[in-house]
Write a protein that binds this ligand. Structure first.
Ligand SMILES: *[C@@H]1O[C@H](CO)[C@@H](O)[C@H](O)[C@H]1NC(C)=O
Ligand SMILES: *[C@@H]1O[C@H](CO)[C@@H](O)[C@H](O)[C@H]1NC(C)=O
Length: 318
């Protein structure tokens, strides 16, 4: 019978030999030097990445549109005449300011969304828009059930200009209303910002936000769409996932600007949960018919009708 024999050990050095004390010190020194070198290399790498990203983000090549408006359309659930109104309104707005529209189709993302709520479709839609327009700088996701009501006001003037953004950024306020412990940073400057959003009385709004193309945007969208979050059954699906990410990842919070709701997200009077001063007023850039698509007592088409007429009259479109 054969017994397993443990592998033979080589002769071990005598534990307290004087001769090995020197090499012990020397080894320690070498180890410290190696660690220091690695640390320096890491810092250098991080800094070079940082500057490379900043430089890469700063300007879109001349001749390409800087802003892409991303609209996710559920063509199966709404009448063509309703969808055409939304499209016409956005085409007019984009044309005035040299922006590009990206009309995504919800059914294209079914295989990505899987069994999760279909409201998740906005994340692959924005990702798709970015892949399709690699040299555009800003991607403005605006929920389909919304209209541009002040066509002459550009997004730069309303929000994106450095000084404008700086003056709008809400600092040291709860990220999730009314009183989350995590608050927006107070030291951020407009150049730190890659994600601009608003909140209503209850949540961070996913129906209207601007994200700047770059490594952060790709990381952020991939994180947001993580299968773990999608299968977690958050009560408010992608909205709660976003709130989770923003509160638990300081790297995301450090790129986020919260601006007052009415800057890009005014709610119609029939929408519930508007923030204080979040309801649409004449002259606002955008009106959103928030949750008209999920509240069975409401009709998006009926609510939008009068505002579309008002807009068309202003422009003398029939
Ligand atoms: C969505 O569908 C419309 C109509 O079929 C099509 O013209 C458009 O290109 C589609 N959008 C995208 C992003 O594929
Ligand atoms: C928008 O601007 C154009 C060109 O500057 C001007 O002709 C038009 O009257 C303006 N429209 C509105 C609704 O202010």
């Amino acid at each position: 019978m054969q017994f397993a024999v443990p592998p033979r050990k080589g002769p071990s050095p005598p534990p307290y030999a004087r001769a090995s004390l020197l090499t012990f010190h020397r080894r320690k020194q070498l180890k410290a030097t190696a660690i220091l070198t690695l640390a320096l290399l890491a810092v250098f790498f991080l800094l070079s990445q940082l500057f490379r990203n900043r430089a890469g983000n700063s300007a879109a090549p001349i001749g390409t549109s800087g802003v892409v408006i991303v609209t996710l359309l559920d063509r199966a659930s709404y009448s063509d005449s309703y969808l055409q109104k939304i499209i016409k309104n956005r085409e007019d707005y984009a044309e005035r300011h040299g922006y590009t529209n990206f009309f995504a189709n919800l059914s294209d993302y079914d295989s990505y969304i899987g069994n999760s709520p279909r409201s998740w479709g906005i994340v692959p839609a924005v990702r798709h828009a970015m892949a399709s327009h690699p040299s555009a700088t800003y991607f403005f996701h605006l929920d389909a059930h919304a209209l541009f009501m002040n066509p002459n006001e550009s997004l730069e003037a309303r929000l994106l200009n450095k000084h404008r953004l700086e003056s709008l950024m809400r600092r040291d306020v709860p990220v999730v209303p009314p009183d989350s412990i995590i608050k927006t940073f107070s030291h951020l400057r407009s150049e730190d910002i890659d994600l601009i959003a608003t909140n209503d009385a209850e949540d961070l709004a996913t129906g209207s936000f601007v994200i700047r193309q770059g490594d952060f945007a790709r990381f952020f969208l991939d994180t947001w769409f993580d299968p773990l979050y999608r299968s977690y059954n958050f009560a408010k699906a992608e909205t709660h996932s976003l709130e989770h990410i923003v509160q638990w990842h300081p790297t995301v919070l450090a790129r986020l600007a919260l601006v007052p709701q009415r800057v890009i997200n005014s709610y119609s009077k029939d929408s519930t949960h508007a923030a204080v001063d979040g309801t649409y007023k004449d002259g606002d850039l955008i009106i959103r018919f928030f949750e008209c698509d999920t509240d069975p007592k409401r009709s998006c088409e009926k609510e939008m009708g009068p505002y579309y007429s008002l807009w068309a009259k202003k422009l003398k479109i029939e």
